[in-house]
Design a binder for this molecule. Structure first.
Ligand code: PGA
Length: 258
């Protein structure tokens, strides 16, 4: 099956309002160079509205074909959860996507697979596409535990999903030692784990459904290494942090996945 690649920019806690608007407009203006690839921007939640306006998002779609996503959400629909936002609030702001279980949230905010799975179910119920992040720490890779850790995270973070649900999910494999370090996984290291994830998805859903699920790589993706990653059979896009803060570089990465 040919999968439509998806390249998402995770702006993390960067930029200000004016900078967010300018970057979104620059990505929209150059987006045509990455035709055939799904392109998504995930600004800080406080700027979703400004970025959605800059992209002229209406009913979840922007004229230039740039999607909007949240970086996180809570798993309950509403209520006394100070500081949190819900899936329906993201939808209300024009989002079609939400990043869940990013390693920074797993490590800094102690998010568990169980909580992440609950968020994934809530996102799907609101018709958001969850981008579910998994990936091993350096010590785990060095101890040859990568497959064990990633398998546990995939099973745990997707717990309770039906095969139909699984078909709607995007997975991001992000080795934690490669995030923000400039140390990208080799295309072979990445492909090895992507193939593992696809085999797990085949077991959880079916081989046919697993074949259609997009699996992004994340961790120091740059214009200079994107093509080698894109050439791997099971790498279907990228989740880009640092390099997504500059429009030309981000678009060059997206174009590499055409
Ligand atoms: P990076 O971040 O591209 O800056 O390594 C990737 C991510 O955390 O999603």
């Amino acid at each position: 099956m040919s999968r439509t690649s998806i390249v998402a920019g995770n702006w993390k806690m960067n930029l200000d309002r004016a900078g967010s608007i300018a970057l979104a407009k620059a990505v929209a203006a150059g987006r045509a160079q990455a035709g055939g690839v799904d392109v998504v921007l995930c600004p800080p939640s406080i700027y979703l509205s400004a970025v959605g306006d800059a992209l002229e998002i209406s009913a979840g779609v922007s004229p230039a074909g740039v999607g909007l996503g949240g970086q996180n959400m809570w798993d309950q629909p509403s209520g006394a959860f100070t500081g949190e936002i819900s899936a329906s609030m993201l939808v209300d702001m024009g989002c079609r996507y939400v990043i869940l279980g990013h390693s920074e949230r797993r490590t800094l905010l102690a998010e568990t697979d169980e909580l992440i799975a609950s968020k994934v179910r809530a996102a799907l119920a609101a018709e958001l596409t969850p981008i579910v992040c998994v990936g091993e720490q350096l010590a785990e890779r060095e101890a040859d535990r990568t497959h064990e850790v990633v398998s546990r995270q995939v099973r745990g973070s997707l717990a309770g999903l039906t095969a139909d649900d699984l078909a709607k999910v995007v997975i991001a494999y992000e080795p934690v030692w490669a995030i923000g370090t400039g140390k990208v996984a080799t295309p072979e290291q990445a492909q090895d784990v992507h193939a593992l994830i696809r085999s797990l998805l085949a077991e959880l859903a079916s081989p046919g459904i697993a074949d259609g699920i997009r699996i992004q790589y994340g961790g120091s993706v740059k214009p200079g290494n994107a093509a080698d990653l894109a050439a791997q059979p099971d790498i279907d896009g990228a989740l880009v942090g640092g390099a997504s803060l500059e429009a030309d570089g981000f678009l060059a990465i997206a174009a590499a996945f055409r």
